[in-house]
Design a protein. Sequence first.
Length: 165
Amino acid sequence: MKSPLRTLPWGNSEDLAAEKQRLRDQIRTRGTGVIPDAPRDVQIQAAHGGVFVTWKLPVDHVPILGWRLYLNTESNLAVQIKDKGTRQVFVPVSSGPSPSKVNIMVSAITALGRESTKVVKSAAPTATSDTTTVPTVPPGYLKESAGGKDRSLVSFRGQKQYIQS
Protein backbone atom coordinates (compact mmCIF):
# COMPACT_ATOMS: atom_id res chain seq x y z
CA MET A 1 0.00 0.00 0.00
CA LYS A 2 1.35 3.40 -0.97
CA SER A 3 1.61 6.25 1.50
CA PRO A 4 -0.89 9.05 0.70
CA LEU A 5 1.90 11.61 1.12
CA ARG A 6 3.88 10.00 -1.71
CA THR A 7 0.99 10.44 -4.17
CA LEU A 8 0.74 14.20 -3.66
CA PRO A 9 1.86 16.33 -6.62
CA TRP A 10 4.87 17.78 -4.80
CA GLY A 11 6.38 14.41 -3.92
CA ASN A 12 7.53 13.08 -0.57
CA SER A 13 6.83 14.20 3.00
CA GLU A 14 9.95 16.42 3.07
CA ASP A 15 8.56 18.37 0.12
CA LEU A 16 5.22 18.64 1.90
CA ALA A 17 6.89 20.05 5.03
CA ALA A 18 8.84 22.53 2.93
CA GLU A 19 5.65 23.63 1.15
CA LYS A 20 3.83 24.11 4.46
CA GLN A 21 6.70 26.23 5.77
CA ARG A 22 6.72 28.31 2.58
CA LEU A 23 2.98 28.96 2.98
CA ARG A 24 3.42 29.91 6.66
CA ASP A 25 6.15 32.38 5.70
CA GLN A 26 3.98 33.82 2.95
CA ILE A 27 1.09 34.35 5.37
CA ARG A 28 3.44 35.94 7.90
CA THR A 29 4.86 38.41 5.37
CA ARG A 30 1.86 39.09 3.13
CA GLY A 31 -1.04 38.43 5.49
CA THR A 32 -4.35 36.74 4.82
CA GLY A 33 -7.82 37.89 3.94
CA VAL A 34 -9.04 36.82 7.39
CA ILE A 35 -10.64 39.48 9.56
CA PRO A 36 -8.62 39.58 12.82
CA ASP A 37 -10.10 39.24 16.28
CA ALA A 38 -10.71 42.45 18.23
CA PRO A 39 -8.32 43.52 21.00
CA ARG A 40 -9.21 42.37 24.51
CA ASP A 41 -9.53 44.22 27.79
CA VAL A 42 -9.34 47.79 26.43
CA GLN A 43 -8.84 50.24 29.29
CA ILE A 44 -8.77 54.03 29.26
CA GLN A 45 -7.24 56.16 32.00
CA ALA A 46 -7.77 59.88 32.30
CA ALA A 47 -4.61 61.98 32.16
CA HIS A 48 -3.68 65.63 31.89
CA GLY A 49 -4.14 66.69 28.25
CA GLY A 50 -5.47 63.37 27.00
CA VAL A 51 -6.25 59.75 27.76
CA PHE A 52 -3.96 56.73 28.14
CA VAL A 53 -5.28 53.65 26.31
CA THR A 54 -4.07 50.09 26.96
CA TRP A 55 -5.29 46.76 25.57
CA LYS A 56 -4.34 43.10 25.27
CA LEU A 57 -3.80 40.89 22.27
CA PRO A 58 -6.67 38.65 21.21
CA VAL A 59 -6.13 34.94 21.72
CA ASP A 60 -5.61 34.43 17.97
CA HIS A 61 -3.15 37.19 17.11
CA VAL A 62 -1.14 35.64 14.24
CA PRO A 63 -2.64 37.71 11.38
CA ILE A 64 -2.42 41.01 13.27
CA LEU A 65 0.03 43.60 11.98
CA GLY A 66 -0.96 46.57 14.12
CA TRP A 67 -3.71 48.73 15.58
CA ARG A 68 -5.95 51.67 14.76
CA LEU A 69 -7.42 54.06 17.31
CA TYR A 70 -10.27 56.35 16.37
CA LEU A 71 -11.45 59.40 18.28
CA ASN A 72 -15.24 59.92 18.62
CA THR A 73 -16.15 58.71 15.10
CA GLU A 74 -15.04 55.86 12.85
CA SER A 75 -13.85 58.39 10.26
CA ASN A 76 -11.52 60.22 12.68
CA LEU A 77 -8.35 58.07 12.78
CA ALA A 78 -6.31 59.34 15.74
CA VAL A 79 -3.44 56.83 15.79
CA GLN A 80 -2.26 53.96 13.59
CA ILE A 81 0.38 51.62 15.02
CA LYS A 82 2.13 49.12 12.75
CA ASP A 83 3.56 47.02 15.56
CA LYS A 84 1.39 44.42 17.27
CA GLY A 85 3.72 44.48 20.27
CA THR A 86 2.78 48.08 21.07
CA ARG A 87 -0.40 47.95 23.08
CA GLN A 88 -0.53 51.26 24.89
CA VAL A 89 -0.74 54.81 23.60
CA PHE A 90 -1.41 58.31 24.86
CA VAL A 91 -4.11 60.05 22.81
CA PRO A 92 -3.99 63.85 23.17
CA VAL A 93 -7.39 65.36 23.85
CA SER A 94 -8.11 68.96 24.78
CA SER A 95 -8.92 69.24 28.45
CA GLY A 96 -9.69 72.45 30.32
CA PRO A 97 -11.62 73.18 33.50
CA SER A 98 -14.49 70.84 32.56
CA PRO A 99 -13.38 68.40 29.82
CA SER A 100 -15.98 66.48 27.86
CA LYS A 101 -16.03 62.72 27.41
CA VAL A 102 -14.51 61.22 24.28
CA ASN A 103 -15.09 57.86 22.64
CA ILE A 104 -11.98 55.86 21.80
CA MET A 105 -12.34 52.96 19.36
CA VAL A 106 -9.55 50.36 19.12
CA SER A 107 -9.27 47.79 16.33
CA ALA A 108 -6.69 45.34 15.01
CA ILE A 109 -5.45 45.43 11.39
CA THR A 110 -3.76 42.87 9.15
CA ALA A 111 -1.06 43.31 6.52
CA LEU A 112 -3.79 43.45 3.85
CA GLY A 113 -5.62 46.22 5.70
CA ARG A 114 -8.46 44.04 7.03
CA GLU A 115 -9.81 45.49 10.26
CA SER A 116 -11.42 43.84 13.26
CA THR A 117 -14.54 45.07 14.97
CA LYS A 118 -13.93 48.19 17.02
CA VAL A 119 -13.94 48.10 20.80
CA VAL A 120 -15.46 51.36 22.07
CA LYS A 121 -14.65 52.90 25.45
CA SER A 122 -15.29 56.41 26.77
CA ALA A 123 -13.42 58.63 29.16
CA ALA A 124 -12.66 62.27 29.80
CA PRO A 125 -9.22 63.74 30.39
CA THR A 126 -8.56 65.17 33.82
CA ALA A 127 -9.43 68.79 34.35
CA THR A 128 -6.59 71.23 33.82
CA SER A 129 -4.78 72.06 37.02
CA ASP A 130 -1.30 72.95 38.18
CA THR A 131 -0.39 69.33 38.86
CA THR A 132 0.48 66.90 36.09
CA THR A 133 -0.87 63.39 36.21
CA VAL A 134 1.11 60.55 34.74
CA PRO A 135 -0.91 57.45 33.88
CA THR A 136 0.42 54.07 34.91
CA VAL A 137 -0.04 50.64 33.42
CA PRO A 138 -3.32 49.08 34.67
CA PRO A 139 -3.12 46.33 37.31
CA GLY A 140 -2.57 42.88 35.84
CA TYR A 141 -1.49 44.25 32.44
CA LEU A 142 2.11 43.11 32.87
CA LYS A 143 1.12 39.60 33.99
CA GLU A 144 0.18 38.50 30.49
CA SER A 145 2.59 37.47 27.77
CA ALA A 146 2.92 39.32 24.50
CA GLY A 147 1.35 36.30 22.81
CA GLY A 148 -1.97 36.77 24.55
CA LYS A 149 -1.71 33.65 26.72
CA ASP A 150 -1.18 33.47 30.46
CA ARG A 151 2.19 32.48 31.81
CA SER A 152 3.49 31.47 35.21
CA LEU A 153 6.87 33.21 35.43
CA VAL A 154 7.78 36.41 33.70
CA SER A 155 10.68 38.78 34.05
CA PHE A 156 10.55 42.39 32.94
CA ARG A 157 13.47 44.61 32.12
CA GLY A 158 14.48 46.67 35.13
CA GLN A 159 13.06 44.23 37.66
CA LYS A 160 15.26 41.88 39.62
CA GLN A 161 12.58 39.45 40.68
CA TYR A 162 10.03 37.37 38.91
CA ILE A 163 6.34 38.08 38.97
CA GLN A 164 4.04 35.16 39.72
CA SER A 165 0.78 35.21 37.80
